[in-house]
Design a protein around this ligand. Structure first.
Ligand code: TMP
Length: 211
């Protein structure tokens, strides 16, 4: 089964995946946690290009194509082999992030995005997508705490520097996708404490696995 977690910066996706994987493994499921961008050797280099705020001259087309290049490599090297080996794959972001960030928020042509996805993903789509939904101000405050507390490595803050209006479009974009495809999406209130969010996600995932 292929599961994705989506949501704005600071919504707690990576913390939740870290909490979820050991519980699923304890229950006997083989799991692989992965993420976009940056799950492969090439992807890590692409991630640096995408998230470094000193790359402020990047144009929307370059940004879109870099996310898709990362994804093409990710699907080929990581996701498809793991699914073929029978693992549950849980990805911190996937193609919905492009629809939302580059499509809804940046205003990129949705038809073009869909055409690229048909080529990059072929038939691969997540069976379950969980959106960690959160007020934009709360998410950004959490994200900036993490960024300013980081003492090593690159400051990955290019998107956090976007306006509140941009992040509102991201939130609205995710909620719109969830309305359009209610059978795939589940929305979880990410303002609750991490343990409560974890329990809700676990129930959703176990329910999907038993179905
Ligand atoms: P994250 O690892 O903190 O989620 O950072 C990834 C950033 O990249 C986040 O700000 C959202 C953005 N992003 C896009 O704009 N489009 C995409 O397709 C993906 C996967 C991420």
């Amino acid at each position: 089964m292929f599961i994705t977690l989506e949501g704005m910066e600071g919504s707690g996706k990576s913390t939740q995946i870290e909490m979820l994987i050991p519980v699923l493994e304890q229950k006997g499921y083989a799991c692989l946690a992965t993420r976009e961008p940056g799950a492969t050797t090439i992807g890590k280099k692409i991630r640096e290009m995408l998230l470094d705020s000193s790359n402020s001259t990047i144009i929307p087309l370059t940004e879109l194509l870099l996310y898709e290049a990362d994804r093409a490599q990710h699907v080929h090297e990581v996701i498809t082999p793991a699914l073929e080996a029978g693992s549950i794959v849980i990805s911190d972001r996937f193609f919905d992030a492009t629809v939302v960030y580059q499509g809804y928020a940046r205003g990129f042509d949705m038809e073009f995005i869909e055409t690229i996805h048909n080529r990059v993903l072929a038939d691969l789509r997540p069976q379950l997508t969980i959106i960690l939904d959160l007020a934009v101000e709360v998410g950004l405050e959490r994200a900036w705490k993490r960024i300013t507390g980081k003492t090593e490595g690159l400051q990955e803050d290019r998107f956090e520097k976007e306006s509140l209006a941009f992040h509102e479009k991201v939130r609205e974009g995710y909620l719109t996708l969830a309305k359009r495809e209610p059978e795939r999406f589940r929305i979880v209130d990410a303002s609750k404490d991490p343990k409560g969010v974890h329990q809700e996600i676990l129930d959703i995932v176990l329910n999907a696995l038993s179905g």
